[in-house]
Design a protein around this ligand. Structure first.
Ligand SMILES: Nc1ncnc2c1ncn2[C@@H]1O[C@H](COP(=O)(O)OP(=O)(O)OP(=O)(O)O)[C@@H](O)[C@H]1O
Length: 871
C-alpha cells in the first residue's frame, strides 16, 4: 500500500530486514521514521507525528529528527529498551541516478551504545550471551564494545549463572530461540527484568559454527589461546556475541580484545543472594552505588580505575600470592603519602583511555577526543618517573607496563590544534605546519580574505560613500552593498546583481576573482583537513593494543592509590593471609556503617573462627543489638582482604575463603513465583549443597519465615548438618532469636555461643554493641517494640502472653524441652537430644531407619514434613 513511490519501496525493503528495530531513514538533513516506527518514536521522543499524503487513502504516519542532533534521541530510545537501526545515504545524492542508495550502517541497542557521553563513566556497559554447555553447565560471553573487553566464563550451576549475570549486570542479554533459550529465560526469571533480551536464531550457536567464528575473529588462533578449549557453553556464547556484533556493527570491532576465560576455581564464588545481601556494588533498597561497599571504597580518580575496582570487588582472589602482591602495593602507597598524592594528581588528568581507544578504532572519535588522548599521554612520563621510586613488585611491574607512547603523543601534538572544534567538517582542526598543501591553501584563503577586507575601505574612499559595505552570502558570494540614497555615486565598473527595497548589490570582476580563490581554497581546505584528520586517527588506531595495555596499567595504579588513600584515611590495616582456614580479626569494623554519620560511635569487635574449635558461632542478642552488622562486617572484611584491599580492623589474619554464602533477612523473590519461606529454604539448600570447609557462611535468622517450631527445627537441623558433615563443615556465623539453639553447644564440640551485650535500665535497654561470649537469655523483643512506639496496652498484653509462653517452654526441672532427648545418630558420645521426645512409636521407627548421610537437603526438608505429619 505505502510502497507506491520508489523511496517508500526502498524504505520498506530495508525495514523488512530490521523488523524489531526502529529504522532511522536518512533523507537529506533528517532521519525520518515511518508507519509504526513513527508512532512509537513520536510517543517515546515526544516529537510531532505528521503524515505523508495527508488525507489521502495512502496516508503514511511520519516523524523526523535533524541528523546533526540525533544522539540524544537515539540515547532516549535505547534507554527505553528499543533498538535503533541507522540507515544512511551511501552515495552522493548529486551523483545518484534515480533514488539514492541507502544502507543500514549501524544498529544501536542497550548493549551496543558507543556514544560514551550517555554512559556512566565508572560502569561498564555489557552485552552478555548465555548458552548451555555440556550437561549441567552454562557458558557466558561478555563484551563491552566501548572498551573492547571480551571475556568468557563457564559455571556449573543455575545459582552460579544467576550470580554471574548479577555480577556483570548487562543491559542486554542474547539468547537462542527455541527450547534452549526458553529454558534459560525461565532459569533467569526475575534477573532479566529491565534488560533487553535479543533472540538469535539457534544455528548461530551451533558449536562448530561458533568455534569457527571465534577463531576467525582473532587471526585463527587456537581455542587454547583463549583458555576455552572444551568449554562448549562458553564457545557457543562467544559465537552468539560475535554474530550479533557483526550484524549490528557491520564488521567486527578492531579494538575487541581476544577473550580471556575464567572458570570456577579462579575467583571466590559469590552467589546471587550473597551479592545482593552484602550490598557489594548496589544497595538493597534502591539499587544505587552510594551506600554500597563500592560506594565507600571508590576513591579512584579515573573512569578506568572505577570500573576495575568494581571488577575486583566482584571477583575476590583465591591464591595467596597475587592477594599479597596487591596488599603490598597498597601498603607501600599508604606509607608514602607524598608519592600517593603526586600519583593521584597526575592520574586525575588522565581521560578514559579505554573508551577513547574504542572510539578511535571505531572511527567515532572527533578531534577533541584526540586532544584528550594527547593530554592523557602527556601525563605518562611523569607517572613512570614517580613509580621509579616504588619497591613493591606489582608497582614495578605496572611501571614496566606503562608505555609512554611518546611518538603518538608528539604526532597528535603536531597534527591537531590545542582546542579543536567538535565538528569535523568545518575545518580548524589541523595545526599550521603539519601539511604543506594545507598551509598553502590557508595562505591563499587568508590573502584573498585580506584583499576583500581591504576592499571596503578602498572603495569607500574611491566612491566617497561612507555606508558602502562588502558582504557575503551563500547565494551571491561576496558583493558590495550601497544604500539607495547613494546610488548616483556608484562607479561605472560595478555590475548590479540584486535590488532590495532600500539598497542595491553589486559585484566587480576583481572581487569575483578573489572570491573564487578564497572559496575554492576553503572547499579544498575543509576536505583536506578532514582527510588529514582521518589519516591521523587511523595512525593512532593502529597503536590500539599499546594504548589498551597502558590503560590497563593505569587503571590498576589508580585502584592501588585509591585503596591506599582510603586505608590511610580510615585507618585500615594490612591483613595477614594464610591457608590455615582461621579467621582472626581484632577490633573489626563495618566498612560502610562506620563511614555513615551515626548518632553513636561505631564499636569495634573481635572475632575468632577456625575449623577446630570455633567453627559455628551462634550469635544471640536483642533485636537492633547489631548481630547483622557484626556478621556482615566479618564477610566484608574477608572479601576486602581477598580483593586486595586493606581492612577496617586493628589487625586481621585471614585464612583464604573459597566462597561466601549469606542467608539474610527476608528477601522476597515473588518475581520467581516463590514465597518468602520458599526462597529462604532454596537459599539454605544451596548453601548446604555447595559449602566446603573453606567457605564462610552467614546465616541470619534462618527459619524465621514459618511457624516457630518448624523454623526452630530447621535451624537446628541445618546447624547440626554444617557441624557434622565433614564435606560441608564451613565456618558459620549463625544469628538467631531462637535461644534454644544455644543448647547446641552442649552437644556439638565446635559450636560456640556469643551474644551482643545490652544493659537493662529502668525497663529500657541500652545497646553496648560489644560481642561477648555466652548466649543471651532474652530477646528483649518487647522492649524494642516499645522503643518503636507500639501502644502501651499492646506492650503490656505482650508481656503477659510472653510469660505464659515461657512457662510452657521449660519442663519441671527448668530444662528447656529442646535440650533433652536422642539427637542425631552421629553424636553418640554426647548427651542425647531429641526434638521429638513425646512422639509416638511410628515416628521413632521412622527415625531409627534413617540414614542421615544419604539425605539431600531437599529430602531432609520433605522428611521433616513427613515427620511432622506423623506427630
Ligand atoms: N558495632 C556497632 N557500633 C555502632 N552501631 C552499631 C553497631 N552495630 C550495629 N549498630 C547500629 O545498630 C543498628 C542495628 O543493627 P543490626 O541491624 O545489626 O541489629 P540486629 O541485631 O541484626 O537486629 P535484628 O535482630 O532486629 O535484625 C545498625 O543499623 C547500626 O546503626
Amino acid at each position: 500500500m505505502s510502497g507506491s513511490t520508489p523511496m517508500m519501496r526502498q524504505y520498506l525493503e530495508i525495514k523488512e530486514q530490521y523488523p524489531d528495530a526502529i529504522l532511522f531513514f536518512r533523507l537529506g538533513d533528517f532521519y525520518e521514521m515511518f508507519l509504526d516506527d513513527a508512532v512509537t518514536a513520536s510517543r517515546v521522543l515526544d516529537i510531532t507525528l505528521t503524515s505523508r499524503n495527508k488525507g489521502a487513502a495512502e496516508e503514511v504516519p511520519l516523524c523526523g529528527i535533524p541528523y546533526h542532533s540525533c544522539q540524544p534521541y537515539i540515547a532516549r530510545l535505547v534507554e527505553q529498551g528499543y533498538k535503533v537501526a541507522i540507515c544512511e545515504q551511501v552515495e552522493d545524492p548529486k551523483a545518484a541516478k534515480g533514488i539514492v542508495r541507502r544502507e543500514v550502517v549501524r544498529v544501536v541497542s542497550p548493549g551496543l551504545v558507543v556514544d560514551t557521553d550517555t554512559l556512566e563513566p565508572k560502569e561498564n556497559n555489557y552485552l552478555l550471551a548465555v548458552a548451555a554447555g555440556r550437561p549441567g553447565r552454562f557458558g557466558l560471553a561478555v563484551v563491552d564494545i566501548t572498551t573492547g573487553e571480551f571475556s568468557l566464563t563457564e559455571v556449573s550451576e543455575p545459582e552460579g549463572l544467576r550470580g554471574e549475570l548479577l555480577r556483570f549486570n548487562p543491559r542486554e542479554v542474547l539468547l537462542a530461540t527455541g527450547e534452549e533459550g526458553e529454558a534459560l529465560r525461565k532459569e533467569l526469571a526475575g534477573i532479566l527484568d529491565g534488560r533487553r533480551v535479543e533472540w538469535l536464531p539457534d544455528w548461530v550457536l551451533a558449536p562448530d559454527r561458533a568455534e569457527g567464528a571465534l577463531r576467525a575473529a582473532f587471526d585463527d588462533a587456537p581455542l587454547e589461546a583463549f583458555g576455552c578449549a572444551g568449554l562448549t557453553g562458553a564457545i557457543r556464547a562467544a559465537g552468539a556475541v560475535l554474530y550479533y556484533l557483526e550484524e549490528t556493527q557491520k564488521g567486527l570491532l578492531p579494538h575487541l580484545r581476544p577473550p580471556t576465560t575464567s572458570q570456577g576455581g579462579d575467583f571466590m564464588v559469590i552467589d546471587e543472594a550473597t551479592r545482593r545481601n552484602l550490598e557489594l556494588t548496589a544497595t538493597l533498597h534502591d539499587g544505587r552505588r552510594k551506600g554500597s561497599l563500592l560506594g565507600v571504597l571508590d576513591r579512584t580518580v579515573t573512569a578506568m580505575g572505577g570500573r576495575l575496582l568494581k571488577h575486583w570487588i566482584n571477583q575476590p582472589l583465591l591464591r595467596i600470592e597475587p592477594i599479597q602482591a596487591r596488599h603490598e602495593a597498597v601498603a607501600e602507597l599508604v606509607e608514602r603519602s607524598l608519592l600517593r598524592d603526586e600519583l593521584r594528581t597526575a592520574l586525575d588528568g588522565v581521560y578514559d583511555l579505554e573508551r577513547l581507544n574504542g572510539k578511535i578504532s571505531m572511527a567515532h572519535a572527533n578531534a577533541k577526543d584526540l586532544t584528550a588522548l594527547r593530554a592523557s599521554l602527556e601525563r605518562l612520563p611523569g607517572l613512570v618517573e614517580l613509580l621509579a621510586e616504588c619497591e613493591s613488585p606489582r608497582l614495578i611491574e605496572l611501571r614496566r607496563n606503562i608505555d609512554p607512547l611518546e611518538e603518538l603523543c608528539a604526532l597528535i601534538a603536531a597534527g591537531i590544534v590545542d582546542d579543536p572544534p567538535f565538528v569535523l567538517r568545518d575545518g580548524g582542526i589541523i595545526r599550521d605546519g603539519f601539511n604543506a598543501e594545507l598551509d598553502e591553501l590557508r595562505a591563499v584563503s587568508r590573502e584573498g580574505k585580506g584583499w576583500i577586507a581591504r576592499l571596503e575601505s578602498q572603495e569607500k574612499e574611491r566612491t566617497g560613500i561612507s555606508s558602502l559595505k562588502v558582504r557575503f552570502n551563500k547565494v551571491f558570494g561576496y558583493y558590495i552593498e550601497i544604500t539607495r540614497s547613494h546610488l548616483a555615486r556608484v562607479p561605472e565598473d560595478y555590475q548590479r546583481r540584486q535590488t532590495l527595497a532600500n539598497a542595491e548589490r553589486y559585484i566587480t570582476p576583481a572581487l569575483k576573482e578573489y572570491e573564487e580563490k578564497v572559496l575554492g581554497a576553503e572547499e579544498r581546505l575543509t576536505q583536506l583537513e578532514f582527510d588529514l584528520f582521518q589519516g591521523l586517527r587511523r595512525q593512532v588506531a593502529a597503536e590500539g593494543a599499546r594504548i589498551q595495555a597502558t590503560a590497563a596499567a593505569l587503571a590498576e595504579l589508580d585502584v592501588f592509590t585509591a585503596l591506599a588513600e582510603l586505608a590511610h584515611e580510615r585507618d585500615y590495616v594490612r591483613p595477614e593471609m594464610d591457608e590455615s582456614g582461621d579467621l582472626e580479626i581484632r577490633e573489626g569494623r563495618h566498612p560502610v556503617i562506620e563511614a555513615m554519620s551515626l548518632s553513636e560511635r561505631f564499636v569495634a569487635n573481635d572475632l575468632l573462627m577456625d575449623t577446630r574449635e570455633n567453627q559455628i558461632l551462634i550469635i544471640t542478642g536483642p533485636n537492633m543489638a547489631g548481630k547483622s552488622t557484626f556478621m556482615r562486617q566479618v564477610a566484608l572484611i574477608v572479601l576486602m582482604a581477598q580483593m586486595g584491599s586493606l581492612v577496617p580492623a586493628g589487625s586481621a589474619r585471614i585464612g583464604v575463603v573459597d566462597r561466601i554464602f549469606t542467608r539474610v533477612g527476608a528477601s522476597d523473590n515473588l518475581a520467581r513465583g516463590q514465597s518468602t519461606f520458599m526462597v529462604e529454604m532454596t537459599e539454605a539448600a544451596n548453601i548446604l549443597r555447595h559449602a566446603t570447609p573453606r567457605s564462610l557462611i552467614v546465616l541470619d535468622e534462618i527459619g524465621r519465615g514459618t511457624s516457630t517450631f518448624d523454623g526452630l527445627s530447621i535451624a537446628w537441623a541445618v546447624a547440626e548438618y554444617l557441624h557434622d558433615v565433614p564435606e560441608v563443615a564451613a565456618k558459620t556465623l549463625f544469628a538467631t532469636h531462637y535461644h534454644e539453639l544455644i543448647d547446641l553447644a552442649l552437644t556439638r564440640e565446635r559450636v560456640r555461643n556469643y551474644n551482643i551485650a545490652v544493659k537493662e535500665w529502668n525497663e529500657q535497654i541500652i545497646f553496648l554493641r560489644k560481642i561477648v561470649k555466652g548466649g543471651a537469655s532474652h530477646s528483649y523483643g518487647i522492649q524494642v517494640a516499645r522503643l518503636a512506639g507500639l501502644p502501651r496496652e499492646v506492650i503490656d498484653r505482650a508481656r503477659e502472653v510472653l510469660k505464659n509462653l515461657e512457662s510452657g517452654e521449660f519442663e519441671g526441672e527448668g530444662e528447656p524441652r529442646l535440650a533433652r532427648g536422642k539427637g542425631r545418630k552421629k553424636a553418640a558420645a554426647s548427651p542425647q537430644l531429641s526434638l521429638f521426645e513425646s512422639a509416638a512409636d511410628p515416628l521413632r521407627q521412622r527415625l531409627a531407619e534413617l540414614d542421615v548421610q544419604c539425605l539431600t537437603p531437599l529430602q531432609a526438608l520433605n522428611l521433616l514434613d513427613e515427620l511432622k505429619a506423623l506427630v
